[in-house]
Design a protein around this ligand. Structure first.
Ligand code: DC
Length: 218
C-alpha cells in the first residue's frame, strides 16, 4: 500500500469524509481533506474582513497564509498561521462563503500546488471535488461518491445535530453544488475513469469495504 493514492471526489454530503477516513485507517494510509483547506482560507478571509466576492482581494489576502494540514485519519488537523481552525472552519459563516473563495483561480492554484506536494509523498486517501480530474489524475483508485439529494441532506442535517431543518440543508447543498460545478477553474467533475459509488442505500461500512477492495485489487 506504500505509495498508493486513492482519490475520492463527489458533491457535499455524499459521505466523503467518513468514507475517506475509514479507508485510510483500514489501509494504514494518510488522509487529506482538501475541502478543509478551502474552508481554512475562507476563514482567513472572513477574519481579516476581506470581501470574498472581490477575487483580487481574496487572492492577495491568502497568498502568504501558512496552511498546515495534518494527515492522520484518526486526528485530522488544520492550522492557519499556527492557529488551530478545525472547529471554526465547520461554522455556518465559513460554509456560506467557501464556494466563492474556492472559485478564485489563484486560490485553486495555490491549494492544488500544496495538495500535490502532500500527495507526492505517497500512501494517501484524498477527498475533494477535483482530485481525480485535476489534482492527481494518475491516482491508483478514483472514486466518485454520490448519494441522492434527500439522503445527503438528511445526513448533513443529522451531523449538525438537528439545528438546521432538512429542507434548508437540501437547498444549501444544491446551491453549493451549482457553484462548485459551474465554476471555470477545476469544477466539481467526475474523472472519465472514476468508479461511481452511490451510497444512498449503502451503509458506511459497505462503502468503505467496496473502496478497500478496489485499492487492494489495484
Ligand atoms: O467538502 P467540503 O464541504 O468541506 O468543501 C468545502 C468547499 O470547498 C465546497 O464548497 C467545495 C470546495 N472544494 C473545492 O472546490 N475543491 C476541493 N478539492 C474540495 C472542496
Amino acid at each position: 500500500m506504500g505509495l498508493l493514492v486513492v482519490a475520492i471526489d463527489g458533491p457535499s454530503g455524499a459521505g466523503k469524509s467518513s468514507t475517506s477516513r475509514g479507508v485510510a485507517s483500514r489501509l494504514g494510509l494518510r488522509y487529506l481533506d482538501t475541502g478543509a483547506m478551502y474552508r481554512a482560507l475562507t476563514w482567513a478571509c472572513r477574519t481579516r474582513g476581506v470581501d470574498v466576492h472581490d477575487q483580487q482581494a481574496v487572492a492577495a489576502a491568502v497568498a502568504d497564509v501558512r496552511l498546515e494540514s495534518g494527515t492522520d485519519p484518526l486526528n485530522p488537523t488544520i492550522h492557519v498561521d499556527d492557529v488551530d481552525v478545525s472547529g471554526p472552519i465547520r461554522e455556518q459563516d465559513v460554509t456560506d462563503h467557501v464556494s466563492a473563495v474556492a472559485s478564485v483561480p489563484q486560490v485553486r492554484a495555490q491549494l492544488v500546488e500544496r495538495q500535490r506536494e502532500i500527495i507526492g509523498e505517497g500512501g494517501i486517501v484524498v477527498e475533494g471535488r477535483d482530485i481525480g480530474s485535476t489534482v492527481w489524475p494518475d491516482a491508483d483508485v478514483k472514486v466518485y461518491l454520490l448519494a441522492d439529494p434527500a439522503a445527503r441532506a438528511t445526513r448533513r442535517a443529522a451531523e449538525q445535530g438537528g439545528a438546521v431543518p432538512v429542507a434548508a440543508t437540501e437547498a444549501d447543498l444544491a446551491r453549493r453544488d451549482a457553484i462548485d460545478s459551474g465554476r471555470t477553474a477545476s469544477p466539481l467533475a467526475k474523472a472519465p475513469d472514476a468508479v461511481v459509488v452511490d451510497s444512498t442505500y449503502l451503509s458506511l461500512e459497505e462503502v468503505i469495504d467496496s473502496i478497500v477492495a478496489m485499492a487492494v485489487g489495484s
